[in-house]
Design a protein around this ligand. Structure first.
Ligand code: ADP
Ligand code: ADP
Length: 227
């Protein structure tokens, strides 16, 4: 995937008094996984949603692969997002869920089945392709959501607290899996979490957010090295 630049971005929600993003700056290298880490309300989701094009911004510029996408609508940015939970169609099978995004992009049946199965294999669910997602565990559902996101070959993958709704054991297992899958896919990724442990496990670099901007950004070892 391409790199990402968010330059001097301000976001103010209608009627709000504070800036949700306040001179926010972030540069991501192609193929890199950057974690945005911080407590509730610091602007992590807003940064992700602004990058995706789900929020308009009041100042600054956003570039992907060197191309200015500021103001480009969400469906033209070729990004894919995974949310905390409940983002799948429960009455569809895993395969149908993954194929759905390819179908609305106009891909033919044979090709989309092939691509969808490839991604289900990547997340370790090839043998569950025909199962309805409402019958799957939370961890399995998040794997399907990840497969669906990757199936469209997004330029950037956006993960918004993808593990937060899972119980501790599954969370630990799936965070290692997500990192493996991301490395294998080579997709430029932004991962939002409030969990430091999680950040340390998956990140190439961690951006620590506070009050709408990144206070510090570095690789995990540099950031948490003891003096
Ligand atoms: P985080 O993801 O770190 O919890 P958010 O990006 O959700 O933070 O929120 C950043 C700030 O913007 C918070 O003060 C939050 O209350 C505010 N905010 C988020 N979404 C909206 C919205 N739709 N309307 C108004 N304010 C919002
Ligand atoms: P997160 O911390 O994961 O962003 P929140 O609970 O802060 O989740 O927000 C959940 C939803 O509520 C989001 O869609 C967000 O945009 C919206 N929201 C958050 N804060 C506000 C706010 N102050 N006013 C209006 N909507 C808000």
């Amino acid at each position: 995937g391409g790199g990402v630049q968010m330059l001097n971005v301000d976001k103010i929600y209608p009627g709000a008094t504070n800036k949700a993003l306040d001179n926010f700056n972030l540069e991501i290298n192609p193929g890199e996984m950057v974690v945005l880490l911080g407590g509730s309300g610091c602007g992590k989701s807003t940064a992700l949603r602004s990058l995706a094009g789900l929020e308009d911004i009041q100042a600054g510029r956003i570039l992907v692969g060197g191309q200015d996408v500021t103001g480009v609508p969400v469906n033209k940015r070729n990004m894919a997002m995974v949310f905390q939970a409940y983002s799948l169609f429960p009455h569809m099978t895993a395969l149908q869920n993954v194929e759905f995004g390819l179908e609305i992009r106009g891909m033919g049946k044979t090709e989309r089945r092939k691509q969808a199965m490839e991604k289900l294999e990547l997340v370790g669910l090839a043998d569950q392709a025909g199962k309805y997602t409402q019958q799957m565990s939370g961890g399995q559902q998040q794997r399907v959501a990840l497969a669906r996101a990757l199936a469209v070959n997004p330029r950037v993958l956006l993960l918004d607290e993808p593990l937060s709704a899972l119980d501790a054991k599954v969370r630990v297992q799936l965070r290692d899996e997500i990192r493996r899958i991301q490395l294998e896919a080579g997709t430029t990724t932004v991962f939002v979490t409030h969990d430091q442990e999680e950040a340390l496990t998956v990140a190439d670099r961690i951006g620590v957010m506070n009050h709408g901007c990144i206070e510090q950004i570095a690789d995990p070892q540099t950031l948490y090295r003891r003096p």
